[in-house]
Ligand binder design. Sequence first.
Ligand SMILES: Cc1cc2nc3c(=O)[nH]c(=O)nc-3n(C[C@H](O)[C@H](O)[C@H](O)COP(=O)(O)OP(=O)(O)OC[C@H]3O[C@@H](n4cnc5c(N)ncnc54)[C@H](O)[C@@H]3O)c2cc1C
Length: 382
Amino acid sequence: MKFNDEHKALYDTVKNFALNEIKPYAAEWEKNEKFPAHELFKKMGDLDLLGITKNQENGGMGLDYSYGMVFAEALGYGLDSGVIISTGVQTDMATPALDRFGSKELKNEFLTPAISGEYVTSIAVSEHSGGSDVAALKTFAKSDADDYIIKGQKMWITNATQADYFCTLVNTSNDPPHKNKSLVIIPAKLPGVEIGEKIDKLGLRTSDTAPVYFDDVRIPKRYRIGEEGEGFSIQMQQFQEERIFLSVSSLIILDDCIKQTIDYCKERNAFQKKIIDNQVIQFRLAELKTEIEALRSLIYRACEEFVDGKDMTYLASMAKLKCGRLIREVSDSCLQYWGGMGFTWENPLSKIYRDGRLMSIGGGTDEIMLSIICKHIGIGKK
Ligand SMILES: Cc1cc2nc3c(=O)[nH]c(=O)nc-3n(C[C@H](O)[C@H](O)[C@H](O)COP(=O)(O)OP(=O)(O)OC[C@H]3O[C@@H](n4cnc5c(N)ncnc54)[C@H](O)[C@@H]3O)c2cc1C
């Protein structure tokens, strides 16, 4: 991947934003168990950062995904995965399908305010009955003349308590599971929409996650993204950007894990020498740094495929799998070198250890990534 001056300028803008507008406030937001999404997204929207890859008619910049990837990587300087992933929901999880397949009218109503930062968005796919098994979801949208009446419940919805709308995968017929789904926009303020209690999570405590209930919620059919029955395949495409976002936005956090550990081990003494002067520790950190650079290269390769108009599912699944595994390995190994300090709540390493655990679960688990890779190498279930 070759970066030009525009990529570099974007990187610097996002890095400065993350260092000044996210990093200093993350500890306070973690205590509040929520970050102010409307306030932060408006600031990003004012800098044109929420629609980098989106079409220009709706306020986007119309750039290719290499710029979206640069945005996601530089956002990592915020060093708070909760805020970073919530931002990714807005840019790379709840809006790509709307941008690509939504009608002009739908985009004007819902994409434009998401790009300006006026609206906060959520992606609502998972259910109690179907997390990994997306096809098994039960929320149903019954046809009623020009409307759908929606009944069901979604689980684990990021940004739920602050969202203005949910990009929601629902069943619209009783056809076979991969042919009976549609992606629809459900505004949060409609009668029948209820947001459940915020979930008390192990990590990502700056981001709010909650169940969402739909009790006979009426929406016009024009709130559907794309054709009826094509929701499953549209969402599978949308998942690819989600997976790349999750992977690339972890890179700076991984780098920082190594850097902070080196700094600490240079200060700390044991047995009349600096901790860092033990070759076993030096080699381990060098090994982990090599793994991070290998992951970075894999992500850039996946992105290149996407920019070239190719299907990046194979490489994006590998990147997501590797990222989930690596963030656990890096945070665990580095935490060890902080001794007891690593085991305290306020420690930066323990935060990455807690926050990073999500990476093997959200956006498709490690096992789901492995089964996708298996299909691509001809050894899985078709
Ligand atoms: C903090 C957080 C935020 C989230 N945000 C969102 C969001 O904004 N929107 C949204 O729609 N969802 C969201 N999710 C949901 C997330 O995508 C799901 O948790 C994930 O897909 C796993 O689904 P599940 O929890 O139902 O686990 P299950 O599907 O119940 O899986 C349990 C375990 O079984 C394994 N397993 C399942 N099938 C197989 C198989 N065939 N072979 C081997 N192993 C298998 C899984 O890999 C996993 O380890 C979020 C989750 C969390 C924790």
